[in-house]
Structures are given as structure tokens and as C-alpha cells.
Design a protein around this ligand. Structure first.
Ligand code: JCF
Length: 705
């Protein structure tokens, strides 16, 4: 990162006068309370956890130095646990998946065509349900023999929060279903708040001097995730059922048929749900709803189309996390106009220069936006984005704000095309765009070539080295790395492990300096000591070799066993060499990684740094995989569409359990995990008499439920 403000270290609390301390404490109190409200009540935090923790830490320090500030109202005494700890977790027996999004007529037509192609249905009848997409929060209601026994939020789709007590206060949701009842029926739908109830709630909030909710969805989420069900009961929530999860049987063979059955059991189903026979009809309904949007009485953010025939849904299955048989057709994202005040270039760990637009703050869809991604040089040039321009920014869902349009007619006189720097703004080295030797294509990314001298790259590499999934050095976060780097105390990874020794001879000592106390220094040194022994896979990942993420680091550790063999082979892995071939042939590790490894280990500076590091630390073998795993040592092939896992996840998971994952079925294969649509591999497995199991059986066998 470049151009970060030099870090304003606040004065140590000990140096403050009581009056200053009281003023700062009061200011922090307001600030933290506001963040807590946004976090707990509005489900809309506006700062990172790390920044929040820093505020809290300072607040506590003030109270420690000035005990008279720690009154009964202190936030150190009044705030509850974070929501993730508030509610019990619920595992969804059938995952609550999300929907793929489309935004244009063409994409809707593509969706229909894709479904037809997949089903090999050239022009036979194919029906879709149409329904408005409610902008609320998804919930799963579990009924056993017709009784509501559990309600859970969607969470990450696999695990949500138990909100049973709160759901029981929602009048529209029956405690008991009408009719003859299934053993198990999980009803899925959307909890939402109407415009009228939202306005009334906010009026009450205002009256009581409480913060207002930004929109009905936040209000619904905040109300459902109240620890006290009495509060939820006082907040009018509504529900529309749109689907099902686990079910001991289904009451109909079509999507609409099941929804009608749910309605007959007493569950609310959106009355605008209907059937369509073609993309044309779907689009006509979409347009009709778009014009009704403001008068519906509740927020919708698009519509949903689903293949009506459930047998066809099953044949279509899932791609990664979304059904192939359904899609959300979203309304265009919210947009706003503002001025682009500057373009800042950030420099990453591998030298990539990333442009970021600084914007005059503007509210888009209820959120203040002051930055937007500009992706890369070509993006700026293609859109001809210039400093001073008036731009249209868009925010869709949780994605980073984008610049969708430049209003050229409002361009200030004399605004020049943006000249993307050809030298690194941090170290002055040349910044180049690589050309792919094979394709002749120029890389979209311009990179600083001064990897060994560039402070920005050095700092980002150190941050990566110390980070959670790498060396995991607690108390050596981004801010601390920047501090130690700027002070010249840590310039390379090995410096981290010599810091304590060097610090002993420093004047002033660290504990005497701003922002550091004796305890924090002691804790930091202890955390560093604790990592002098580290599993080899973590170390490989921590080195930050391009294209070597955690999974590749594990593969390399497993293949080579110890670090020295990896190092020897990689150093010798010049193009065309046997060593290069050996790395290439490691399952899952390709030529791109092999090249990156060679480039890294052939660099003398890296060699020296690794030597220095290995003098300080001891590498341990990669932690053994789950003991007694029934798939340990087996060769597994995944095929067909997996519903609960992406291919990469399946692979990583299998490897965690000690299995080896292969891409094709052979005599060496022990087990095939097959999802819907599996073809030739399944056939081959049958021919060879290899065991085939489903994805669910895979979960059961690996002890994951
Ligand atoms: O209304 C909704 N927000 C909604 C969400 C409607 C649906 O029919 C959905 C959904 C999320 C997932 N269907 C799925 C499968």
C-alpha cells in the first residue's frame, strides 16, 4: 500500500492530563457505541474488526490509567458478546444455497437455453415458476410431524444461527401445520418487514432516541437476531415460503405444486408466484413487477425463475453453490453520482500496482462510498477516467463499488488523461507489464520490478509472513509491521526473530515508546518465540512465492517431505530440466507454479534470507492428517456436480483426510465420489469394480455428518 498516512500514534495514556483523558474517553465512548449499534442492531458495521479492536483497546487503556473514568456506564461493563456467540449454531442437513444472478434480457435467455441444452430438450415443453425476490433474510423452519421444532438463519449456507424462540413470535409462521403431516419438512423462505411497519418502527426508535435502521432488511435482520424474543415479538415480521430443505416426502412433483401445498398447510406463499412457458413470458412478468415495485408494500431486489418440474431440477443439480435450475434476475444495482478526487496506486506483495479511485463521499443504497476499484491500467484507459471527473458509482450487493460511467459533459477544463505510472510510486523502480511468451499477450497488471528494494512490497510480504494462516504471529498485525518497518527494526522476515535480542540494546527500549507498554512488548516477544517451531507447509506458504497458496504449500510439503528437498529441486528447476519436470508432475501443481518456484529459489537474495531464517527457526513435519481417517492413503476421484463442495474444496478436504485426489479413474483408484451428471468416469469405475459413493456418503464416511 502506498500513500498511507504516516501513522498518527496517539500520545501514551500516561502522558495525558486528566482533562484530556476524560475528553478522549467521552469521544471514544460515542464512537464505539455508534459502531456497536451498527454492528448489533443494524447488522451493518462500517469498520474492520481490527480497527474496532484498536478503539476498544485505547478505551480500556484510558480507564486503566484513569480509573475514575471506569463508571458503571462504561462500555467495558455493558456490552454483550458478538452475535456469533449469542445464538447456538445449527448445521443445515441440506445446505441453503444461494442463487446465481443475471441482470439482462440476454442472460435470462441464456439461462433458459442452458437449461434446455443440459436437459437435451430442444423444443419440448419446459416450464418455469416466477416469483418476486424478497429482500429480507433467508430462514429454514424445521417441522417434525407438523410441529415447528427449530428455526435457523441461513448463515453461510451450511451453518446458521438458532432463532427458534424468535421465529415463534412471528404471527404468520404456524407452530403447527394443517393437514396430515410429514415426519420431517424443512420449509425455506424469506423473513421480511413491510414498508409500513418499517416506518412505524423507525418512528418509535426516533421517539426513544435510538438509532434508525437504514432499510427494512436491516430492520428485519436486527429484529430476528435479538437475544430477547420479547423484542422480536414487538417488531412485526413477515414470512414468504419459497422452497424446502430436508423433507421425508414431497407433496407434489412440481415447484408450484409444493408451494401450493405449503400454502394449504398454513404457510404464506407470495401471491404473485406464477408459471411461465418461455423466456419471453418471464421477461414480461419481470417488467410488470418492476413497475409494481414501489406499491408492493415490501422491498424486492429482483425476481426468481425456477424450473417447475422437480425431477428436472434433480437432473440439473448444482454448480458450486447455486442450483442450475434456478436464477435470480436482479434489478439494476443502485447508483449515485460523485466526483473522483484522486487516483491512488497501491503496491501489493508481488509488486502489482492497483489503482484505486478516491471519491467525494456519496451514499449509494444506504452506504457511504468513498473508494472504488479501478482494476488496472486498461480499465482506466478504456473508460478514459480522469481526476476531477464526475462519475457514476454502483454498488451491487456486497461487492466493492465500481465506476460504471464517466460523465464526460461535466469534465473540468484541462483535465488530462490519466498517466498510469511507469515507475513504482514507492521505490522508483521500473514498473512493467509482462508479456506472456506463448500467447504474446500483455498482462493486465503492471508490476514494480524492484521486489528486493521496494518498501511497499517488503511490507506486504512481511504482513503475509506473519499473518494468521502463515506464521501466525499474534500481535504482529499490519499496523505493527508498518511501525517496525518504518522504524528500521524489521526489514526482513528473519529480523522478526532477532528483534528481542536487538531490542535489549536499544535506547529507548520499546516499552518506553509511544503506543507500546511492557505487557504488549512481552506478549509480542512471547508470540514470536512460540513460532520458532513451525510446520513446514506453513513456512512454505509464508515465503509468499507467487501462485503458492496454502493448498499448493501443503502439496509441496507432502511431496518433498522436508524443506531442503523442495529447495534443492526448485533451485535446479531450470526450464526443460528433470527437476522442473518433477515439480510439474506433482498432482495439482502445474507449470506456472513450477516456474514461480524456480524463479524464487534461483534468486540469491532469497537464498540468503532463507538461510538467515532457518538459523532462527526449526521446521516440523506437516501435521498428520486426521488419525484413523477411513480414506487416509486412498486415491479418490471426484466426478459429476458436487452440491456441498466446490471441486477445490473437495480436493482440499480429501487431502486433509489423508487421501490422494486424482483426476481420472484408473486401476489405482480406490474410491469414486459421484454427483449428478457423472458420466464416463462412473462407467469406468463400474468396469473396474471400484467403489462409488455419493457426496453425502463422503461426508458421512469422513465423519463430517
Ligand atoms: O425471495 C428470495 N429472497 C428467495 C431466495 C427466493 C427463492 O426462491 C430462493 C432464494 C434463495 C435460494 N430460492 C433459493 C434456492
Amino acid at each position: 500500500m502506498t500513500k498511507k498516512p504516516s501513522h498518527a500514534h496517539p500520545a501514551p495514556v500516561e502522558q495525558l492530563t486528566p482533562l484530556e483523558a476524560r475528553a478522549e474517553h467521552a469521544r471514544l465512548h460515542e464512537e464505539i457505541a455508534a459502531h456497536d449499534r451498527r454492528y448489533y442492531q443494524e447488522d451493518a458495521p462500517t469498520i474492520s474488526d481490527a480497527d474496532y479492536d484498536a478503539l476498544r483497546l485505547r478505551y480500556q487503556e484510558l480507564e486503566r490509567a484513569f480509573p475514575e473514568l471506569a463508571t458503571a456506564e462504561s462500555l467495558t461493563k455493558t456490552v454483550g458478546a458478538r452475535p456469533s456467540e449469542k445464538f447456538a449454531k445449527v448445521k443445515h442437513t441440506v445446505p441453503m444455497l444461494s442463487l446465481g444472478n443475471v441482470f439482462s434480457d440476454e442472460e435470462v435467455e441464456d439461462f433458459v437455453a442452458r437449461v434446455r441444452r443440459f436437459l437435451n430438450l430442444r423444443d419440448g415443453a419446459l416450464r418455469f415458476t416466477f416469483e418476486p425476490k424478497i429482500d429480507g433474510l433467508s430462514c429454514s423452519l424445521r417441522y417434525e410431524k407438523g410441529r415447528l421444532v427449530q428455526a435457523a438463519t441461513r448463515g453461510d449456507g451450511y451453518e446458521g444461527e438458532d432463532v427458534t424462540a424468535n421465529i415463534r413470535t412471528v404471527d404468520e409462521i404456524p407452530q403447527r401445520l394443517r393437514g396430515d403431516n410429514l415426519d420431517v419438512l424443512e420449509v425455506r423462505g424469506e423473513v421480511y418487514m413491510t414498508h409500513r411497519d418499517f416506518a412505524a418502527l423507525n418512528a418509535r426508535q426516533k421517539e426513544a432516541g435510538k438509532t434508525l435502521f437504514a432499510n427494512p432488511r436491516n430492520a428485519a435482520a436486527g429484529s430476528l437476531r435479538q437475544l430477547d424474543p420479547k423484542i422480536t415479538a414487538s417488531r412485526p415480521l413477515h414470512f414468504f415460503a419459497y422452497g424446502w430443505g430436508e423433507a421425508s416426502a414431497l407433496p407434489a412433483k412440481t415447484q408450484l405444486g409444493v408451494l401450493e401445498a405449503l400454502r394449504s398447510y398454513g404457510l404464506p406463499v407470495n401471491p404473485l408466484t406464477t408459471l411461465c412457458d418461455s423466456a419471453e413470458e418471464m421477461l414480461a412478468h419481470y417488467r410488470a413487477i418492476e413497475t409494481q415495485r414501489a406499491t408492493l408494500g415490501y422491498d424486492i431486489d429482483g425476481v426468481v425463475y425456477k424450473v417447475d418440474d422437480i425431477a428436472l431440477q434433480e437432473r440439473l443439480g448444482f454448480v458450486s453453490r447455486a442450483p442450475r435450475w434456478a436464477v435470480a434476475h436482479k434489478f439494476p444495482a443502485e447508483r449515485a453520482t460523485t466526483i473522483l478526487s484522486d487516483i491512488e496506486i497501491q503496491v501489493g506483495r508481488t509488486g502489482a500496482l492497483t489503482p484505486v479511485a478516491r471519491l467525494e463521499p456519496v451514499t449509494v443504497g444506504g452506504v457511504v462510498v468513498s473508494n472504488a476499484t479501478l482494476h488496472n491500467e486498461d480499465y482506466i484507459e478504456d473508460k478514459d477516467i480522469r481526476i476531477g471527473d464526475t462519475v457514476v458509482v454502483q454498488r451491487a450487493g456486497d461487492v466493492i463499488p465500481q465506476i460504471v460511467e464517466v460523465m464526460k459533459e461535466r469534465r473540468p477544463h484541462g483535465a488530462k488523461p490519466y498517466a498510469f505510472p511507469h515507475i513504482c510510486p514507492r521505490c522508483g523502480s521500473a514498473a512493467l507489464r509482462e508479456i506472456d511468451e506463448k500467447t504474446g499477450k500483455t498482462d493486465a497488471v503492471r508490476r514494480c520490478t524492484g521486489s528486493l528494494v521496494c518498501p511497499a512490497q517488503a511490507i506486504e510480504r512481511l504482513k503475509h509472513f506473519a499473518s494468521r494462516n502463515a506464521m501466525d504471529i499474534e500481535g504482529l498485525g499490519d499496523k505493527q509491521i508498518e511501525f517496525f518497518y518504518d522504524e528500521g527494526m524489521i526489514r526482513t522476515a528473519s529480523d522478526i526473530f532477532t528483534l528481542a535480542k536487538r531490542e535489549a540494546h536499544m535506547s529507548p527500549r520499546l516499552a518506553e515508546r509511544e503506543g507500546y507498554g511492557e505487557t504488549s512488548v512481552r506478549n509480542l516477544f512471547a508470540a514470536i518465540e512460540a513460532r520458532r517451531k513451525i510446520p513446514v507447509n506453513r513456512f512454505i506458504y509464508a515465503l509468499g512465492v507467487r501462485h503458492v497458496g496454502e493448498t499448493n504449500a501443503r502439496r509441496l510439503a507432502r511431496h518433498f517431505g522436508d524443506f531442503e528437498s523442495l529447495r534443492e529441486t526448485a533451485s535446479a528447476a531450470a526450464p526443460g530440466s528433470d527437476a522442473r519436470e518433477r515439480i510439474n508432475s506433482i498432482d495439482g501443481v502445474g507449470p506456472v507454479v513450477a516456474e514461480a518456484l524456480h524463479d524464487f529459489f534461483a534468486e540469491p537474495h532469497n537464498e540468503r534470507e532463507i538461510d538467515a531464517l532457518l538459523k532462527q527457526i526449526t521446521l516440523e513435519p506437516m501435521p498428520a492428517v486426521a488419525l484413523a481417517s477411513p480414506v487416509a492413503g486412498k486415491t479418490v476421484v471426484f466426478t459429476g456436480a458436487l452440491e456441498r463442495l466446490t471441486r477445490d474444496e473437495a480436493k482440499a478436504q480429501a487431502e486433509r483426510f489423508g487421501a490422494h485426489v486424482a483426476g481420472s479413474v484408473s486401476k489405482k483408484t480406490d474410491l469414486v465420489v459421484a454427483g449428478p451428471g457423472a458420466g464416463s468416469k462412473l462407467k469406468k469405475a463400474a468396469e473396474l469394480g471400484i467403489e462409488v459413493i455419493s457426496e453425502d456418503e463422503w461426508f458421512a464416511r469422513t465423519g463430517q455428518g
